[in-house]
Design a protein around this ligand. Structure first.
Ligand code: PGA
Length: 247
């Protein structure tokens, strides 16, 4: 039986009072094979950790630098200091808003590893690439552009087709599974390691579609945006994971 990892990405949402409300409704989701984390906006990392029990901490992004004159940036070591376990790198919204290159994303990824945390490398094609049949080529290039041959295998990958993020459209379980299988074989080739690297699916995951995704052989969990903002829907997704793991 595989393990599942569930990471909620709050993006530019949340406040002290919404974290308090989340905490009041979140009663934890205990299963030895399920890991659950939330990535609140960076200023709330400390408050979230203090307020919400039984949820690991993730960050949405980090600097490619370790220290120095980089106004506004947050280093991976600082995120480690706050108790983060995971750091997203290369989310499609960051790629687009900050014109991030694959090389820069790779540098961030290695900063996260150097700080002893687990990077979650986000990859995914846009609608044009999906429709023109180049989705695999795009995702392969994103992986190869960010990862160095033989580098540390301490990472996760999140496959998030851009056309499915926040749109209510989801990749079908077959589409997700096929892409995840391709990603795993690519990771195997680039990293030259038999280590099983978890590949999460992201893009409009909700309580209704989560179970079918978890059932896919190559899907090792989910990166959840909108549906992670309420403890109720995030807990339903976690319960779908526990039901799958216990079947
Ligand atoms: P969504 O976002 O679940 O709201 O589609 C996913 C993500 O961007 O990580």
């Amino acid at each position: 039986m595989k393990n599942l990892t569930l990471i909620g990405n709050w993006k530019l949402n949340g406040s002290k009072s919404s974290i308090q409300a989340f905490s009041n409704e979140w009663h934890g989701c205990d299963h030895p094979a399920l890991t659950v984390a939330i990535a609140p906006p960076a200023p709330y990392l400390g408050y979230f950790a203090k307020t919400v029990a039984s949820c690991l901490l993730a960050a949405q992004d980090c600097s490619a630098h370790d220290e120095g004159a980089h106004t506004g940036e947050i280093s991976a070591a600082m995120l480690a200091d706050w108790g983060c376990r995971y750091v997203l790198v290369g989310h499609s919204e960051c790629r687009e808003a900050h014109a991030e290159s694959d090389e820069l994303i790779g540098e961030k990824l290695r900063q996260v590893q150097a700080a002893g945390l687990l990077p979650v490398l986000c990859v995914g094609e846009d609608r044009h690439a999906r429709e023109s049949g180049t989705a695999e080529t795009v995702v392969k290039a994103q992986l190869r552009g960010a990862l160095l041959a033989g580098q540390s295998t301490a990472l996760l990958v999140a496959y998030e087709p851009v056309w499915a993020i926040g749109t209510g459209l989801t990749a079908s379980p077959e589409q997700a599974n096929d892409m995840h299988a391709m990603i795993k074989s690519e990771l195997y080739e680039v990293l030259q390691s038999e280590q099983d690297i978890p590949v999460l699916y992201g893009g409009s995951v909700n309580p209704d579609n989560a179970r079918a995704l978890f059932e896919c052989a190559h899907v090792d969990g989910a990166l959840v945006g909108g549906a992670s903002l309420s403890a109720e829907s995030f807990a339903s997704i976690a319960r779908a994971g526990i039901n799958y793991l216990s079947h």
